[in-house]
Design a protein around this ligand. Sequence first.
Ligand code: GTP
Ligand code: MG
Length: 248
Amino acid sequence: MGEDNQRESLIDVGNNLVNKEIIDINSIKFKRIMFLYNAALKEIKTKIEILQEELNLFSNYEPIEYVATRLKKTESIVAKLKRKKCELTYENMFERVNDIAGIRIVCNFKSDVYKLVELIENFQDIRIVSKKDFMKKPKKSGYMSYHLIVEIPVNFSSGIMYVKVEVQIRTLGMDFWATLEHKLKYKNPNILKSESKNLIKYAKIINNIDDNMLTISNRIEKEKNENIMIEATENKEDLGEKKIFFKL
Ligand code: GTP
Ligand code: MG
């Protein structure tokens, strides 16, 4: 009964907006759709910030360096639909453009990226639509990152609506490369072939550095844990509190 009510409400919220009408970027309808995406962005940002605080406070684990969010510009939404050769309808906007709301989580190490993916997958209330591991299999350009498309529940007065958000998770090194490559190449057709080749080379160099940084970090962590173990056996009263740390 309760579930049925929820489903009806969702249809109420969605049906008014998601249909085959042609997009009018100056309409109140378009404004309302962008409001939905912005609401989802706020929800996921809060979820990630709470997760970050929890990990810091309960497990002394600080995998996230920073988080950035952005709402796709109107002209970029239209350009993407055109590039995908889709009719410019609200339905296609919802179904074909996955990155209207985007959040980027920049981590310290590669292992942190995978840990974050696992933690996000474990959120009870979000739905995972798709996963792409461009770390295991980088793009031809050299681009590395982990992408998730998720659906975030947002509570409106008329019910719950699930809104799509693109989550990009990567290391500081990958983010450095992607930010500059985006400026130099992704949006610039005049780049020379030789320069393009160099960018691929730099991506590989940065990947090497990422691996080496992780090796150092793993060595330090291992030693830290060994010391905690020794301390804990020497002083048994401490064992309870230390156990919390061991969990991660
Ligand atoms: P887009 O239509 O470009 O969004 O690609 P897609 O829908 O097939 O998704 P994909 O997961 O391949 O890429 C999504 C996003 O990842 C892009 O919007 C960019 O922000 C980023 N991205 C993908 N490839 C590259 C790249 O070669 N260089 C940089 N700098 N960013 C990239
Ligand atoms: Mg994009």
